[in-house]
Structures are given as structure tokens and as C-alpha cells.
Design a protein around this ligand. Structure first.
Ligand code: ATP
Ligand code: MG
Length: 265
């Protein structure tokens, strides 16, 4: 097989693909500390983009800038052609530090963003039920966060985002705390969700298997101050079977190529 590699950093080569997120010469600094960039990267509408790179290279920083919680020190981040200046309410953001409100039940936690968005009562009920079913938490609607394991809490956070069907999902190592089997089940669910919704996913992970299984493109960031050093198109057939895909010879070729580019510390 041939593996198509784009070593160029800027991917704005397909004029017809609509760019929804555009990082233009973006630099992140915290005081005099140069954390990330300069980064140039375009995310196309409807694509599943995975970002990998060593700890501290600026992956979460990139997502924070799309969500509007952090401003670039230099350059600009465009969302649907406009510079992100305030909190971006179009995105669903599952961070590394999400938390449930302890005084609310599971279903009330999932319902929270729907209440902000003023959905009708029936619509809320339907969405909450469907979202909890999708993440395998049917039957835990009335449970309180303290009664759940870490992995279950993470799934509540995912359900909370699914429930309001954002255009863009920003996911920061969302499955890091799940066991291997559950992680694969979540991959399967996530691929279905991506297919059903046509939403755009930007997915940060340390796990190359996860990145290859899910993504259309994988961006490898260099070590801090991180910038994209390699972008690989993952041309494995869709829909993907999360188990069978690992036996595909191309999977191993992608893995080796990405691994070689990672600056493992
Ligand atoms: N609010 C902040 N104040 C100061 N430094 C920060 C802040 N946020 C991030 N940093 C620093 O910026 C760099 C990039 O951080 P970031 O969290 O984006 O890394 P990351 O690639 O997501 O790492 P990890 O894989 O460990 O989650 C790190 O060196 C981090 O210590
Ligand atoms: Mg991070």
C-alpha cells in the first residue's frame, strides 16, 4: 500500500473543502514562557482530526483557543471565518478536567446545557435519555456523581456534550481514564456519532491507536513550543470496525510512521 503523507504544515490545499477552524501563525505565551507555535492549521468541516504530541507541547492550548478561553499572543484563530474573541458557544468541549455538579443527579447534570439553551421539557427528556443510552449509562439516571466510578463520570461528561448536538466537538483525551474494552466501545459509538451528525471533531490523545482508528487526519505536534510537524491522511475505509481495523496492514504502517515523528520524552 502507499501511505500519503503531507509534511506541509498548512493543509489549505483543497479549495472546495470548507475550513471551519483556522489557526493562522498562532503563538501561545504565558508571560515570557513560549508554550506553543507558531502554528498554521486548518480544520475542514465534517472532518475527524486527531492531534498527538508530547506532554506540554500545547494540545490543550490549541483547543482552549477554539473554545475562546485563551487568546493567542500572536496570530489569530478563526472560527467559520471570524476571529474567536469571546467564549465560543457553538463548540462542545470535553476537557481533561470536566466535572459533574455533585448535588445534581446524572440526568440533571446531562440536562444542564439544555437548560441554558432553553430546550422544551420533552425535548430535554428525550435528548438526555438518548445521550445516556449512547454512552452506556442507561439505568444510572437517578444516581449521584459520588456513586459513580471515574470512567462513568467521564461518560456523563460525554453525554452532556452529545445531548446538545454541537457543530464542533473538541475532545481532550476524553477516554484516558477508561479501561481498554470500554474505550473500544466508546470509539465505536463516537464513530457512529460522527457519521450520524456530520459534526467536526478535533480530538487530542496520547494514544496513536486511538488516533488512527478514529481520524481522517492525524497531526503530530513537535515538543514544546509545539507546532505541527507532520500531518498524515488516514485513508482506511469507512465505516470502520474498531476491532478489525487493527489487523489491517495499513494500520501498522501508519502507526510506525506516526511513532517515528513523535518526540517521546
Ligand atoms: N494557564 C497556564 N499558565 C502557565 N502555563 C501554562 C498554562 N496553561 C498551559 N501552560 C503551559 O503551556 C504548555 C502547554 O500546555 P498544554 O496544557 O497545552 O499542553 P498539552 O500538550 O495539552 O499537555 P498534556 O499532554 O500533558 O495535556 C505547558 O508547558 C504548560 O505548562
Ligand atoms: Mg493537555
Amino acid at each position: 500500500m502507499t501511505v500519503k503523507t503531507l509534511s506541509v504544515v498548512d493543509s489549505r490545499m483543497t479549495a472546495e473543502a470548507e475550513v471551519v477552524i483556522d489557526f493562522r501563525d498562532v503563538v501561545a505565551r504565558f508571560g515570557s514562557f513560549h508554550a506553543m507555535g507558531p502554528t498554521n492549521l486548518s480544520v475542514r468541516r465534517g472532518e475527524f482530526l486527531a492531534i498527538v504530541g508530547p506532554s506540554g507541547c500545547g494540545k490543550s492550548t490549541l483547543l482552549n483557543m477554539v473554545a475562546g478561553t485563551l487568546e493567542p499572543a500572536e496570530g489569530s484563530v478563526l472560527y467559520k471565518g471570524k476571529q474567536v474573541k469571546n467564549l465560543n458557544h457553538d463548540v462542545g468541549y470535553i476537557t481533561q478536567k470536566n466535572f459533574c455538579l455533585p448535588w445534581r443527579t446524572v440526568e440533571a447534570n446531562v440536562r444542564l446545557p439544555l437548560e441554558f439553551r432553553k430546550f422544551s421539557k420533552d425535548e430535554m427528556q428525550l435528548r438526555v435519555r438518548n445521550a445516556l443510552k449512547k454512552v452506556g449509562l442507561k439505568g444510572f439516571e437517578k444516581a449521584y456523581p459520588k456513586q459513580l466510578s471515574g470512567g462513568m463520570l467521564q461518560r456523563v461528561m460525554i453525554a452532556r456534550t452529545l445531548a446538545y448536538s454541537p457543530d464542533i466537538y473538541l475532545m481532550d483525551e476524553p477516554f484516558g481514564s477508561l479501561d481498554a474494552q470500554l474505550r473500544m466501545r466508546m470509539h465505536d459509538e463516537l464513530l457512529k456519532l460522527w457519521q450520524e451528525t456530520g459534526a467536526t471533531f478535533v480530538f487530542v490523545t496520547h494514544d496513536l491507536h486511538e488516533a488512527i482508528t478514529l481520524a481522517d487526519r492525524v497531526v503530530v505536534m513537535s515538543k514544546r513550543p509545539g507546532r505541527p510537524k507532520l500531518i498524515v491522511d488516514i485513508e482506511l475505509d469507512r465505516p470502520r470496525d474498531v476491532v478489525a481495523i487493527q489487523a489491517d496492514p495499513a494500520f501498522g504502517v501508519y502507526f510506525k510512521q506516526l511513532w517515528a515523528a513523535l518526540d517521546v520524552q
